[in-house]
Design a protein around this ligand. Structure first.
Ligand SMILES: [Zn+2]
Ligand SMILES: [Zn+2]
Length: 326
């Protein structure tokens, strides 16, 4: 049973998502002290409040971005807590939410109230993948209506990107090696889907879009998917890297000659700060974004233990949500 740190809270977990980042941690790609509890996409009810917390009380329904900023540094004060140098991440820097209870730091800066009409699973689905996809397209790539957006990888974050790009009025192409994932992408509004079966993906996209897409997202994180996304861009296109490319796998080769010659923008995206949630939450309340449609299954903690080790290869289509009460 965690204790509420000064300035923090303990949340009783009602829903927590399983993400490829949890697999990265499990595989040893993060610096983690054992024993450890993963889990970083969560929603629940405040069970205990630490010293000095002003804005929250027990019983409040809350969620939190996976990056919890310190609330004090120049980046946090500028509303950019997603790059805070003193950030905490549940499930990485301390025990996470694959549990009945989780401690969260700097509650006044990081917690987000869940509106009445939004359920716990929907709120938990925002914490990492959906919010990251939203920020990648809205704040980083600044997608405009009518633009072509290529999303490489139709897992949780990729499908989120498909839904959000569509809601922004973009025309979406989804790429994945799994036909079932592409079927979901079509349902969520992808106009074209391409099976990554070793064929020339950038050439196919150039044909569909008459010269390449305006925006590309690598939602997987591999040398191949990163290069495919960049090479599928038209001149002066914008690439957003969301999929993790951990240094432990070697730094990937990126086609920089194309980046220079065609003046492409390469953008990173790392979650979204709590201060940016209200705009996204309003679209969800209005039904314009429906992250709950991405949730394909809900499992208990014991099933999660069996599923996580194979998550890089056998990850099922859509999002997997854990209900610790099951
Ligand atoms: Zn900070
Ligand atoms: Zn995640």
């Amino acid at each position: 049973m965690p204790e509420a740190p000064a300035g923090g809270v303990v949340v009783k977990v009602e829903a927590t998502g399983m993400c490829r980042s949890d697999w990265h941690a499990w595989a040893g790609h993060d610096d983690i002290a054992f024993p450890h509890v993963p889990g970083h996409e969560l929603a629940g009810v405040i069970a205990a409040v630490g010293e000095g917390v002003q804005r929250w009380k027990t019983g409040d329904r809350v969620t939190v971005p996976f990056v919890c900023g310190c609330g004090k540094c120049e980046w946090c004060l500028a509303g950019e807590a997603q790059v805070c140098p003193d950030q905490q991440q549940p499930g990485f820097t301390h025990w996470g939410s694959f549990a009945e209870f989780v401690a969260l730091h700097a509650a006044d800066s990081n917690l987000v109230a869940i509106p009445e009409g939004v359920d716990f699973a929907t709120a938990a689905s925002l914490g990492c993948r959906f919010a990251t996809a939203y920020r990648a397209l809205a704040a980083r790539a600044k997608v405009k209506a009518g633009e072509w957006v290529t999303v490489v990888g139709a897992g949780g974050v990729g499908l989120s990107a498909v839904m959000i790009a569509r809601a922004m009025g973009a025309r979406v192409i989804a790429v994945d090696r799994n036909p079932a994932a592409l079927a979901v992408a079509s349902r969520l509004g992808a106009e074209h889907t391409l099976l990554a079966d070793g064929s020339d993906i950038p050439a196919a996209i150039s044909g569909i879009t008459d010269g390449g897409s305006h925006v590309a997202v690598d939602a997987v994180g591999s040398e191949q998917t990163c290069a495919d996304a960049i090479l599928s861009l038209r001149r002066r296109g914008r690439h957003v890297q969301i999929g993790l490319l951990p240094a432990i796998n070697g730094n990937p080769q990126v086609p920089m000659a194309r980046v220079i010659g065609w003046e492409l923008d390469l953008l990173g995206s790392h979650g979204m700060a709590a201060v940016d949630y209200p705009g996204m939450m309003a679209l969800i309340e209005q039904g314009l974004l429906q992250p709950q449609l991405l949730i394909e299954r809900t499992i208990g903690l014991e099933e999660a233990v069996l599923l996580l080790p194979g998550f890089d290869k056998a990850a099922p289509a859509g999002m997997t949500m854990i209900d610790p009460n099951r």
